[in-house]
Structure formats: structure tokens, C-alpha cells
Design a protein around this ligand. Structure first.
Ligand SMILES: Nc1nc2c(c(=O)[nH]1)N[C@@H](CNc1ccc(C(=O)N[C@@H](CCC(=O)N[C@@H](CCC(=O)N[C@@H](CCC(=O)O)C(=O)O)C(=O)O)C(=O)O)cc1)CN2
Ligand code: MET
Ligand SMILES: [Zn+2]
Length: 737
């Protein structure tokens, strides 16, 4: 398999990281936890019978950041920091972190490499060598995994530096060869997107050159998240010995070009939690064997994107559980398929390993997630929606809400304190009664409302204290979803989610958020906005059934959200925010499929929101910096106000949203970093926004929700945000507005 979860089966790494960051633990303690996780992983994989064990798939924060360090791309300004690695990842008091963004179409986030014309690449192979040696001491021979040069430079937007970076890779190959390493895995997921002729030429140059070295391990170039397309024949013509293909998403086209190569056949999906239908896998493996020199059975991508172990889920329905495979089960499938997985039933002449207790549950034949016609017919699109044109709505809302110029607001969540999480854990375990838990939530809502009043914010939120997560919470209250107890998947750094499992038809048995919105409203005279997660995001951050088109699944969720919007409005909530931070995430990696996706994704959002009256102000929130590509779609959502991440990339974003005709809140506070932005900094970002947008339509808000921050940080940052806003308001008033 191409990579493995590394947060630890009980999130040991998360705890160790957070202890280190808070000064409760030492760097040595953190390293020891990492070493223990790696040891456990190799031991387990070997027990499962996996033959090709990878190393260097562990990371203390992110594998792309590790690659920046490997290649010496550590910007000067971080070099003097006490811990440059975490300074790049998270920032320090005086230093903003590097940008963070989504890893292809996943909910994993990587640290964007900063490579300029002057970046002096210099190999620092300490990490891969240390992992290799640790594995050896434990008796395991491993295949080091590093991100390949083309993907690394494409992520850095610096492909022009290829000639300068290749010597580092050459040196790495020589070092690994000297260590006696026989294979190295170079990850090149960027090759499954549309590539320009220059980019294809870079693939050729890179692998011709690396392949030409005499003292080197075998080169295994791993592609994933789609089909290699035009890059396939290019790669095939280079001397690399092995090529990994994602047969779950990519299919068999063009594999004839790989005749002399080892094909690492990704037949077990690393992107879902369903067991692999054995007939489908066998068919694929047989087809590959006819075309390729040698076939290696593998996962379609790293297993980083799935939880560790189905067996850690005592509460899951046994019928559902029997259909599920997490990382351990998927590795067991790979091993099983390698021994029996050919269509003609021919056995590979190798002894079968003892998979012990980790063999699949005996639940009858493997099949897809669902069998039988369980579903409602696909929903009919809601045509046009019931809402008046924006100008009409805006006037109705202005009269109703009476907001000042440059209204201030937040994105929804307030800090999830330790006490709150403990109370929720106690309630789940039955140690705290439902009534007591609800009182705790109400207490927290009151605290959040009072804090916002004190800070002088204009549109208040209730703070989302009742939510463990913006997707899991809704999944827990909708039929058709199951949630896990330990199914954690890393999202970034120490932050994890438990993606719900969407296995059946979706419906909303009763209102979900209304009682909390009502309670919040009862505490204040200021407008409070209701807070919902949008249908695309709920599905994107769950593991969705794959027996229905994604569009139909999203529409089912949209109908449930629509009911909730209606109920909030009926309860008198004047502003309703429906978040779609994952709208961009599901954008197909290839251009040809994008318009089709955006059309139904936007239709789903409108279906969810268009039941609201004109006087109800609909907000949406998106948080990624590269919104440029989908601006028309964001516009198509037809939300009255859009709040969007921009603190770290303001200028670029503002350049493209200048034409946006409704309310817009470009984020002025980067909430992903513990750093508190100063008044001047916020003011500068606001001034930049006011240069491109008319003041009447500008909102003032952070980049995203505040749940990962502390109250101390949040209150200081929001106070600065409010002060900067007042300065600009006064200035605009003085200028005769
Ligand atoms: N699903 C999802 N994807 C997203 C985001 C998001 O908010 N949700 N935001 C963007 C960035 N990604 C993020 C992902 C996770 C978190 C995050 O804060 N995760 C929390 C866990 C959230 C959660 O499920 N909390 C539960 C469980 C908390 C917990 O750990 N409880 C303890 C016990 C209590 C304690 O002692 O603290 C335990 O179970 O052991 C709860 O609050 O109930 C974390 O890693 O710390 C933030 C952003 C993009 N993708
Ligand atoms: C990842 S987008 C988060 C939006 C959500 N309303 C929050 O504030 O947490
Ligand atoms: Zn957000």
C-alpha cells in the first residue's frame, strides 16, 4: 500500500503534538511517540502479511512540509526560529506560518512549499534515513516514500526550478543505494490532472534523469486520485521500473504502454470505507497482468484518508460493519487479493500468511456497500427557487436588520474548550445526564453571546458548542448516516475528524438546530444567525455510499437542509448561514468534468436555501484561498453574503472577486494560526478590500470558525478586528458618507 494513517490508533500523535506545543511535553517525548507509532505500524503490517513495507510515510505534521525540509526549501525567515519545522507549520509570535491548502480533492491539508528563484536546494535526508534505520533495527526492510520532484514543484508553483531540484533527488537516490535500499517510491499525484506540454516535458526530463543514474534503487513512481492520461506514455518511456496506477478511479485505459514495467495496481480504494468487491478487483488484476510485465497488488492511494480499524467500532451495526474496511482491513484485502485475486482463480505459489484475528469478518460474500433497490428515486431539481432578485432581497433585509456599514460577524464556532469536550464525552459515556449536558451547552451559548456583545460585534452567533464537528453533528441527527467512535482521520497537523458513513437514504426525523438558535436569540437584542452545514460539504466530509451517483446523494441531503432552513426561519431567525467549505474540494481534477459537477453542486445548494423568504438573509461561508477557479459557481449560490478565507492571500483573492455583486466578507484574521493579528494588520487587509469592493457590501469577519483557538486568542483578535472596523467606519463617515 502507498501510505498509512500516522496519527496513532488512539490519536497518540495528536496528544503528543499538542502537549509539545503547549510546553507540557518535550521534543524527545514527541519523537518517542512518533517512533512508537511507526514501530506499531510496521509490526502490524508485517503481521497482516504485507510484503512491501513503506517508510517515511510518517510525519510529525505533513509530508509536503517534510519534503520542503528534505530539499532544503526552508525560507530564511524561519531558520532562526526555535523550532523551524513547527514555525513553518503554525507560525510563531512574530512569524506567520506558511500557507496551508487542500491536498487534491481530499479533506487533508498540506503546507504549501515556498520556493522562489533564489531558494537554494540542499538535501537533508535525515528523516527518511532515520526511519529506514529504525525499521531495520526492528528487522524490517522498507521502501522509503518521498514526494516526487514534479508534484513537489507543481505544489510550489515553481516547475521552472526543476533543474535545480533534481540534483537533490539524485543525491538522495545515491544515499539510499549506499544504504542498500532496493526500491524508492516517488509520489506523483499531480500527474493525474491536465498537464501542459511543458509539464509533460518536465515529467520526461525528471524521470529520464533520475533513471539514468547507475547507483540507485528501483524507481517506483506512484500516481493516484485518477488516471495518468497523457502522462502515462511519457512515464512509460522513461527508465522507471515501476508505475503505480489508481484503478479505482482511473481504470485500465492505456496500460498497454506499461508492457515492460512493474505495475503497482491500486485496486483497493484508499478513499472510501467499503470492502473491495473481489470479482471487480480480480477482473482488474487479470487485465493488468495481460498487459504489464509484473503486477503488484496495492491500494489506490495512501490509506491516510481512512481510519485505522473497523474492529475498534463496538457500536456499529453488525450488518453495516460487515460491509466496511478501514486501513487494517484494506491491507488484509491487498494481501488476500495477491494470493487469490486472479479472475481465473489461479493461485500465486506463495504460502499464505497468518492474518490472525484481522481476517475479514465472516459476513458472507463481499459486495458493494449496498445491495438491492433501497433508494428513493433521484430528486427533481427545484427550478429557480422562490427568492426575489438580490436587489429586492437586499432592500428587504436592510430595512429589517438595520446593520451599520462594515458589519462585523464571525463564522460560527467559538472555542471548543476542554471542559466542553469533556462534558460531551461524559454525556456520550452516560456519566452526565442529557439534561445536565444541555445546561452546559446553554451556559456556553450564554458566554459566547455575552463575549460578542462586549466586543461590540454586529451579527452574533451561538458558537456551535453543541457540535463535535460541523458534519458529524448533522450526520448524528439525520437518518441514513452512521458515525464512528474511533474512526479518526487526519485533516491537518494534530486536527482530525471522524467522517460519518453515509450508507442509506437520508432524511431528517426532526429539527436539529432550532432549539439552540432559539435559546441564543432569547439572550440578546442583536441579530443572531442560524448556522447550518451545506449539502455538498456534509457529503464531501463523509464516506458516501457508492451505489448512487454522488449528485443524488447530495440532493437527498439538500432536502434535509432545506427543511431545517424553513424551520429556522419559522422560529424567527433573521439570518441563516449555510456553509459550503467543501464546494471547491470536490471539484474534479480534470477540467472536462468540472462544469458538470459545479452545475449540480450549485443546484443542490440552491435547493437547500431557496425556500427562505426574501427578508431572511442567507450567508454562505467558504474557506480556501484558491476560490478563483470557482467564482462563477460561488456567485451561482446566490447567497446574500459570502464570507471567504483571505487573510493569508488577500490581494490575490480580492483581485478576482471585484466583480462580485452581493455582500462579501473577505477574512481578515487567519484562524489557523495561534497568532493574534494586530489592529494595523486588520486595518490594512480591510483597506485592501475597500479598494476593490464598495463599502456597502463589505463584511468584516475572520477567515473561518474559531473552534480550534483559545478564548484568550479569540477575544484579543476580535477586539482588534472591531477596533480596526471602527477606525474605518469613522473615516468613511468623515469622508461624507
Ligand atoms: N469534518 C470537518 N472537516 C473540515 C473542517 C471541519 O471543521 N470539519 N474544517 C476544515 C479544517 N479541518 C479541521 C478538522 C478538524 C478540526 C478539529 O478541531 N477537530 C477536533 C476534533 C473534533 C471532534 O470531533 N471533537 C469531539 C471529540 C473531542 C475529543 O477529542 N474528545 C476526547 C475527550 C474529551 C477531552 O478530554 O478533550 C476524546 O474523545 O478522547 C467532541 O468535541 O466531542 C480535533 O482534532 O481536536 C478542525 C478543523 C476543513 N475540513
Ligand atoms: C470549515 S468551515 C467552518 C464553518 C463553521 N460554521 C465554523 O465556524 O466552525
Ligand atoms: Zn471555514
Amino acid at each position: 500500500m502507498l501510505g498509512y494513517p500516522r496519527i496513532g490508533p488512539r490519536r497518540e500523535l495528536k496528544r503528543a503534538l499538542e502537549a509539545y506545543w503547549d510546553g507540557r511535553g518535550s521534543r524527545a517525548e514527541l519523537e518517542a511517540v512518533g517512533a512508537a507509532i511507526r514501530e506499531r505500524t510496521w509490526t502490524r503490517l508485517a503481521e497482516l502479511g504485507l510484503e512491501g513495507l513503506p517508510s517515511n510515510t510518517f510525519s510529525l505534521y505533513d509530508q509536503v512540509l517534510d519534503t520542503s525540509v528534505l530539499l532544503g526549501a526552508v525560507p530564511e525567515r524561519y531558520q532562526a526560529a526555535e523550532d523551524p519545522y513547527f514555525a513553518m507549520a503554525r507560525g510563531t509570535d512574530g512569524l506567520a506560518p506558511l500557507r496551508m491548502t487542500k491536498w487534491f480533492d481530499t479533506n487533508y491539508h498540506y503546507i504549501v512549499p515556498e520556493v522562489g528563484p533564489d531558494t537554494a536546494f540542499e538535501l537533508d535526508a535525515a528523516k527518511p534515513l532515520a526511519e529506514l534505520r529504525q525499521a531495520r533495527e526492528l528487522g524490517f526492510e522498507t521502501r522509503p516514500v518521498v514526494i516526487g520532484p514534479v508534484t513537489f514543484l507543481l505544489l510550489a508553483s515553481a516547475l521552472d526550478r526543476l533543474d535545480d531540484v533534481l540534483p537533490c533527488y539524485e543525491e538522495l537516490l545515491a544515499l539510499l543505494a549506499a544504504e542498500g535500499v532496493t526500491w524508492v517510491q516517488l509520489d506523483e499525484p499531480a500527474l493525474v490532472a491536465d498537464l501542459t506540454p511543458e509539464e509533460l516535458a518536465a515529467v520526461r526530463t525528471a524521470y529520464e534523469r533520475l533513471g539514468a543514474r547507475s547507483a540507485r534503487p528501483g524507481l517506483f513512481v506512484a500516481s493516484y486520485f485518477g488516471h495518468l492520461g497523457e502522462a502515462l506514455p511519457v512515464l512509460a518511456a522513461t527508465p522507471v521500473e515501476a508505475i503505480g496506477v489508481d484503478l479505482v478511479r482511473g481504470g485500465l485505459d492505456g496500460l498497454g504502454a506499461l508492457a515492460g514495467k512493474t505495475v503497482v495496481a491500486g485496486v483497493v480504494s484508499g478513499r472510501d470505507v467499503w470492502r473491495t468487491p473481489p470479482e471487480r478487483a480480480a477482473r482488474l488484476l487479470s487485465a493488468v497482468r495481460e498487459q504489464a510485465g509484473r503486477v503488484v497488488v496495492s491500494t489506490s492511494c495512501s490509506l491516510l484518508h481512512v481510519p485505522y480499524d473497523v474492529e475498534a467500532e463496538p457500536d456499529l451495526d453488525s450488518g453495516l460493519k460487515a460491509r466496511l474496511a478501514f486501513a487494517e482491513q484494506k491491507v488484509a484485502e491487498v494481501v488476500e487479493l495477491a494470493h487469490t485475486g486472479l479472475e481465473d482463480g489461479e493461485r500465486v505459489a506463495r504460502p499464505r500468511p497468518d492474518t490472525g484475528t484481522l481476517a475479514r469478518p465472516d459476513a458472507g460474500p463481499l459486495s458493494g456497500p449496498l445491495s438491492g433497490p433501497l433508494s428513493r428515486p433521484p430528486a427533481e431539481p427545484v427550478v429557480g427557487g422562490g427568492r426575489a432578485p438580490y436587489a429586492v432581497r437586499a432592500a428587504a433585509q436592510a430595512a429589517h436588520l438595520r446593520l451599520p456599514l462594515l458589519p462585523t460577524t464571525t463564522i460560527g464556532s467559538f472555542p471548543q474548550t476542554g471542559e466542553l469536550r469533556e462534558a460531551r464525552a461524559a454525556a456520550v459515556a452516560g456519566r452526565l445526564s442529557a439534561a445536565d449536558y444541555e445546561r452546559r451547552v446553554e451556559g456556553e451559548i450564554e458566554r459566547v453571546i455575552r463575549a460578542q456583545e462586549r466586543l461590540g460585534l454586529d451579527v452574533l452567533v451561538h458558537g456551535e458548542p453543541e457540535r463535535n464537528d460541523m458534519v458529524q453533528y448533522f450526520a448524528e441527527h439525520l437518518d441514513g448516516f452512521a458515525v464512528t467512535r474511533n474512526g479518526w482521520v487526519q485533516s491537518y497537523g494534530s486536527r482530525c475528524t471522524r467522517p460519518p458513513i453515509l450508507h442509506g437514504d437520508v432524511s431528517r426525523p426532526e429539527p436539529i438546530t432550532v432549539r439552540w438558535a432559539r435559546y441564543a436569540r432569547s439572550l440578546t437584542d442583536r441579530p443572531v444567525k442560524g448556522m447550518l452545514t451545506g449539502p455538498v460539504t456534509i457529503v464531501a466530509w463523509s464516506f458516501a455510499r457508492d451505489d448512487l451517483p454522488l449528485r443524488d446523494v447530495v440532493f437527498q441531503v439538500a432536502d434535509a437542509v432545506r427543511e431545517e432552513v424553513r424551520d429556522l426561519e419559522a422560529a424567527g431567525v433573521p439570518i441563516i448561514q449555510v456553509d459550503e467549505p467543501a464546494l471547491r474540494e470536490l471539484l474534479p481534477l480534470r477540467e472536462a468534468a468540472r462544469a458538470g459537477y459545479l452545475e449540480w453542486a450549485v443546484a443542490a445548494y440552491r435547493r437547500a436555501t431557496s425556500g427562505a423568504g426574501d427578508r431572511t438573509q442567507i450567508h454562505t461561508h467558504l474557506c480556501y484561498s484558491d476560490a478563483d477557479q470557482i467564482l462563477d459557481a460561488i456567485d451561482g449560490l446566490d447567497a446574500d453574503v459570502t464570507t471567504i478565507e483571505s487573510a493569508r492571500s488577500g490581494a490575490r483573492l480580492l483581485g478576482s472577486v471585484g466583480t462580485f455583486e452581493r455582500g462579501l466578507g473577505p477574512g481578515v484574521y487567519d484562524i489557523h494560526s495561534p497568532r493574534v493579528p494586530g489592529v494595523d494588520e486588520v486595518e490594512r487587509l480591510l483597506r485592501a478590500a475597500l479598494r476593490t469592493l464598495p463599502a456597502e457590501r463589505v463584511w468584516v469577519n475572520p477567515d473561518c470558525g474559531l473552534k480550534t483557538r483559545t478564548y484568550e486568542q479569540v477575544e484579543a483578535a476580535l477586539a482588534n478586528m472591531a477596533t480596526a472596523t471602527r477606525r474605518l467606519r469613522d473615516e468613511l463617515a468623515g469622508a461624507g458618507r
